[in-house]
Design a protein around this ligand. Structure first.
Ligand SMILES: C[S@@+](CC[C@H](N)C(=O)[O-])C[C@H]1O[C@@H](n2cnc3c(N)ncnc32)[C@H](O)[C@@H]1O
Length: 265
């Protein structure tokens, strides 16, 4: 894989895959709990829903801006940056319908060049579900770290290499594992590669950040082999995911990991 993956041809398929699915709902629930903690850390002594200080947020590779719209609805300003004009178009329609346009600036650019479009470093960078689509994910992450102001936070969600490995192991795909899990192009929405968590954590620390939280996103839901077996409801799965997602060993088995880190002053 030599290039970053522009989602122009995948935008509609992607939209259908995240809205109203069990996977999407688990992700939204556990990551939003973290975002509430992040907003509190950036605005101490205040109720998360009653911010006085308006934060500047960069949604890097933000796609349809599903999560950042919830942040915008609390009164914060969002710069939405994406390589795909089609994703930006769909996002803009949705943002308009939600009457949040005045909170948004749209940046059609690779995240690696976003500094050219920002006046100053921001309070919060969201970099969710993008690294696994990039040719050079760690260098993109380090360049985004530079866009965070001292005391600000970066929130990174990445497709976990170890979760991908474990899923292939329990499905018996040992040939695929032995071949190094090459990207299978027929599964268009499957990320191009898993990201090794230690590389992300090291990159954040080397950039002068302190990791303040880690959460596994879907620590067991995707490993359930047969959803017709057992005795459970979706509500029970969602509650159990919330209970286990910040505890080892479940955290490190998440299909995605959400890690957030604060830039030292
Ligand atoms: C899987 S989507 C994730 C969207 C959103 N962050 C989310 O969590 O739902 C990946 C997005 O990254 C964008 N992308 C890929 N490479 C990029 C780059 N170098 N710079 C900016 N956006 C990029 C794609 O166009 C796509 O919209």
């Amino acid at each position: 894989m030599k290039q970053d993956r522009n989602f122009d041809d995948l935008a509609h398929k992607f939209a259908a895959s995240i809205y109203g699915t069990a996977k999407g709902e688990i992700r939204q629930t556990v990551v939003w709990q973290d975002i509430e903690q992040i907003l509190l850390a950036l605005n101490p002594n205040q109720d998360v829903h009653q911010h006085k200080q308006v934060l500047n947020v960069l949604d890097a590779g933000g796609g349809l801006a599903q999560l950042s719209q919830k942040i915008a609805a609390l009164g914060h300003n969002i710069s939405l940056c994406d390589l795909s004009s089609e994703m930006l178009l769909l996002a803009k329609q949705d943002i308009r319908e939600n009457q949040l346009l005045d909170r948004y600036q749209f940046i059609h650019s690779p995240v690696q060049n976003v500094a050219e479009h920002l006046n100053e470093p921001v309070d919060l960078v969201l970099f969710h579900a993008v690294m696994e689509w990039l040719a050079e994910p760690i260098s993109a992450l380090s360049s985004l770290c530079e866009q965070v102001k001292p005391g600000g936070i970066i929130s990174v969600m990445f497709y976990n290499y170890n979760g991908l490995l474990f899923k292939n192991l329990i499905c018996g795909n040992l040939n695929h594992v032995e071949q190094g899990m090459p990207h299978r192009k027929r599964f268009k929405l499957q990320p191009q590669q898993g990201i090794k968590p230690d590389l992300v954590y090291q990159c954040l620390e080397q950039a002068g950040f302190e990791i303040i939280g880690k959460t596994g996103v879907r620590t067991f839901h995707d490993y359930m082999q047969n959803h017709d077996m057992g005795d459970f409801s979706f509500e029970q799965i969602l509650a159990m995911e919330q209970k286990l997602c910040r505890q080892e060993p479940f955290l490190s088995l998440g299909r995605y990991i959400h890690v957030y880190a604060q830039r030292k002053n």
